[in-house]
Design a protein around this ligand. Structure first.
Ligand code: ZN
Length: 360
């Protein structure tokens, strides 16, 4: 009899656990960069709309009034933490710039990146993450621009993969690559274009593995430092929104994001699935979430755009509705809108957002 009792109890616990509300809850997030109005009103509005998490600029996270009000309104706070995109550092020290395979500074419009091999820069970044977490105690850190140079916002489905930029080929990276892989660039090759071509043609896989590791190790060092300061901090990593096989494996070959490796020490992976911007249908958001989930089995938090960006084509209410619904489809762990400012600018989208989120 006792045996049956325990079996029943076991089954009950299993079922109960499966339905437990403390199972990872759905994140309904908003990226927010600036806010001029009173914070209580902002967070009351978020409470009404079902937004439970802010992905916030460092300015807002550093504002104790913002943090206090967020906590009082039960809003979780993640600090958005950019890593290799740093125009200030590059303006001060242009030599830090990542170099493309033609030997030029890797830059396009506003997009420019720091070479990911610079030890002093990497240490500064880790120290900065540590101090933000220690001083302001956010609930999470959302690691952004944790990748190699690529202006993915303007990479459309018909893009020739061979035209995508690969970096970084400055002397620091070339030296580290040779040292860490035991591959020696032949002496007769002079100039960065020749060396880069030789590496990519003769040792492409070794290069991809090595340049992904630069990104993985940086993200891991930031996550570890954050957890040393606040053991229960949540770690989110922003991803370029490419499926494993898209553009001939560009997520690794170009962006340097080894999604499975990144998932091992993070709590969430957040692809920037701005479908309209990259000329994809709303259902593509779900396709990307599924693809990343198949690779990692982890929690995926797609970020979606609210307003027009880069393209002049209309991003209407119906397209927004379909995009939001696709983002929330299982196995997604929720959604993050980019951005709060853009949502507020379109009251009809605010109402629609509320209807969909509260019904979810
Ligand atoms: Zn470099």
């Amino acid at each position: 009899m006792m045996k049956y009792f325990f079996s029943l109890l076991f089954i009950f616990l299993l079922v109960f656990k499966g339905c437990s509300p403390d199972k990872q809850h759905t994140i309904i997030g908003a990226k927010i960069y600036k806010h001029s109005g009173p914070y209580p009103l902002l967070f009351e509005q978020w409470n009404q709309l079902g937004i439970n998490t802010g992905f916030c600029s460092q300015d807002l996270i550093s504002d104790s009034e913002f943090m206090k009000e967020a906590m009082e309104h039960q809003i979780s706070t993640f600090v958005i933490f950019p890593v290799f995109f740093n125009p200030e550092a590059l303006a001060e020290e242009p030599d830090l710039a990542a170099i493309n395979r033609n030997g030029e500074v890797a830059a396009e419009e506003w997009v420019e990146f720091v070479c990911p091999s610079r030890e002093a820069y990497r240490q500064q970044v880790v120290a900065h993450a540590r101090s933000i977490v220690r001083d302001h105690q956010p609930d999470g850190i959302s690691i952004d621009f944790i990748r190699h140079f690529v202006y993915w916002e303007k990479v459309y489905p018909d893009r020739d993969p061979a035209s995508l930029p690969v970096s970084c080929f400055d002397s620091v990276c070339l030296n580290h690559f040779q040292h860490e892989t035991d591959i020696s660039i032949p002496d007769e090759l002079s100039g960065i274009p020749e060396k880069a071509d030789w590496i990519l043609n003769e040792h492409g896989d070794a290069w991809t593995t090595w340049h992904c590791q630069l990104i993985t190790s940086m993200a891991k060092e930031i996550a570890e430092a954050a957890r040393e300061e606040k053991p229960d901090i949540l770690v989110n990593i922003h991803l370029v929104p490419w499926a494993k096989e898209d553009f001939n494996g560009a997520i690794q070959k170009v962006a340097g994001q080894d999604i499975r490796a990144l998932s091992e020490f993070s709590d969430y992976l957040s692809p920037m699935t701005y479908a309209h911007m990259v000329k994809q249908a709303p259902s593509w958001v779900h396709h990307i979430v599924e693809d990343i989930y198949m690779q990692t089995g982890g929690a995926i938090l797609p970020s979606i755009q609210v307003g027009k960006a880069y393209l002049k084509t209309e991003f209407d209410l119906e397209e927004f509705r379909q995009t939001l619904e696709a983002a929330l489809e299982a196995p997604s762990s929720g959604v993050v809108i980019w951005s709060w400012e853009r949502l507020l600018a379109e009251p009809a989208k605010v109402d629609l957002f509320k209807d969909i989120v509260t019904a979810h």
